[in-house]
Design a protein around this ligand. Structure first.
Ligand SMILES: O=C(O)[C@H]1O[C@H](OP(=O)(O)OP(=O)(O)OC[C@H]2O[C@@H](n3ccc(=O)[nH]c3=O)[C@H](O)[C@@H]2O)[C@H](O)[C@@H](O)[C@@H]1O
Length: 434
């Protein structure tokens, strides 16, 4: 029997960086911390030809066939659990892994106990994958409001991994060496859904995690945001700019929440000597981003793949600069292990108007569809919808500080990152889960 239609192109995909060089690994050796891992190992965790199998397909799918289709992106299927859909009972069964992906065997002196709050979210799960493969001991805490267990389920049961359902607004006790504090809903519709909870999470959650850092003497990194600059009057934004935030608007719960979280962070640094790092993250996208979280990259790709018109808010002249997830993880790990305790912008300087970005996404979706022989009923159009209140008019990071202090610069082109993300959503669509 033939294998189920798979959505991957036949040839291995080459990923080229901004200088045209092939990307085969992400991360680097810096500040005494090795963060380099092969890209295909990471991809084997998030980019698969199918995420859910139908029960009747399972028997026909010999491991050799599966192995070869996976090999287009990854080293094989050996490290993947399966989700099997039973159409007759509308049930789903999960298999466990036969083997975990290999992780580095670090000597105890190099192995760190790392707490990742919000570790089941989009950014958190990619950070967890990297830190796990590097051989560290990881504890994830997440309340699963926007995060999902499935993003890190491939590590459940691993001796180096622990996941706890916990809301950071309550204190959490653990012994650890480093804390990446990521927990907070981040997409505008999500963080505005319960504004009081969002600001409570930013304030109480950060207070609790800083208290933990103080007691354990762990190094503390907070994921702050470009939204601390509000609707900026300075362009591009440097870390010295104090921002232009409406304190009572619908975005304030997030913007002001992150601003007060930064204030708390530096308060603990001055008063209690806590070793702090502040990453101001600019718009980031990639696989595992919730397709329905309402952010522009996921909205545009899903709309274009489904043949629906793409929704541009306002006249589309507002700008954003988009960074691929692996560059962000590189930057966060570099920052955590550096001596830089001032805030650092982590973002990609490639700035687009949202109108132009919609056209770029459409072009890439069409390219992938053409490569895979998918026929389109029609070309999707762009439709214009009202601009949300206080939507920043422009945003681009000045990353001079990251370059000087961390020797970090983004490597991924927006085009390469988008292409990978389109393939991820396309595979999810093909299986029917999107
Ligand atoms: O990354 C950042 O620095 C911050 O900004 C983003 O907020 P925003 O830039 O408004 O992100 P999107 O919701 O993706 O919107 C980007 C732009 O696209 C527009 N948009 C969004 C969605 C859509 O379907 N169409 C559309 O035109 C929005 O109005 C906005 O101008 C993120 O949501 C925050 O988590 C993050 O902290």
């Amino acid at each position: 029997m033939s294998p189920p239609a798979n959505d991957m192109p036949a040839a291995p995909i080459k990923t080229l960086d901004k200088d045209g060089k092939e990307i085969t690994t992400v991360g680097f050796q810096r500040f005494g911390f090795d963060s380099e891992v092969p890209l295909d190992v990471l991809r084997s965790l998030y980019l698969r030809p199918h995420y859910v199998l139908k029960a009747n397909e399972l028997e026909s799918l010999s491991s050799a066939i599966e192995e070869s289709s996976n090999a287009q992106f990854t080293q094989g299927a050996a490290y993947q659990s399966k989700s099997i859909y039973h159409p007759d009972t509308k049930g789903i069964s999960y298999t466990t892994l036969s083997r975990f992906p290999p992780v580095k065997l670090l000597p105890p002196s190099e192995r760190k106990r790392i707490l990742v709050t919000g570790g089941a979210g989009f950014v958190g799960s990619h950070l967890v994958d990297r830190l796990m493969i590097l051989g560290h001991e990881i504890t994830v805490i997440d309340n699963f409001f926007t995060g999902s267990k499935t993003t890190v389920s491939h590590w459940i049961g691993h001796p180096n991994f622990e996941m706890v359902r916990h809301d950071v607004v309550e204190p959490f006790m653990i012994e650890c060496d480093q804390i990446y504090h990521l927990a907070c809903p981040a997409s505008p519709p999500h963080y505005q859904f319960n504004a009081v909870k969002t600001i409570k999470t930013s304030f109480m959650g950060t207070l609790n995690m800083l208290g933990l850092a103080k007691r354990t003497k762990a190094r503390f990194l907070i994921s702050s945001t470009s939204e601390v600059y509000g609707d900026p009057e300075v362009h591009p934004q440097t870390e010295d700019y104090w921002g232009h935030v409406n304190p009572i608007g619908p975005r304030a719960c997030y913007d002001e929440g992150k601003r007060v979280a930064e204030t708390l962070t530096y308060g603990f640094q001055r008063q209690d000597g806590v070793d702090v790092r502040v990453a101001r993250i600019f718009n980031t996208y990639g696989p595992r981003m919730n397709p329905y979280d309402g952010r522009v990259v996921s909205n545009f790709i899903v709309q274009a793949l489904k043949g629906e018109d793409m929704t541009v808010y306002g006249d589309g002249t507002q700008t954003r600069s988009f960074q691929y997830i692996h560059d962000l993880v590189d930057g966060m790990i570099a920052l955590m292990n550096s001596d830089e305790s001032r805030p650092v912008n982590i973002g990609n300087g490639d700035e687009f108007t949202i109108g132009d970005f919609a056209k770029l996404v459409r072009e890439i979706v069409e390219k992938v569809q053409d490569e895979d022989g998918v026929k389109r009923a029609r070309r999707v159009e762009i439709k214009y919808e009202p601009i949300p209140t206080d939507d920043p008019q422009k945003r681009r990071p000045d990353t001079t500080r990251a370059k000087q202090s961390l020797q970090w610069q983004p490597r991924w082109t927006v085009r390469m990152g988008l292409e990978e993300m389109v393939r991820y959503y396309k595979a999810k669509m093909a299986e029917g889960s999107l």
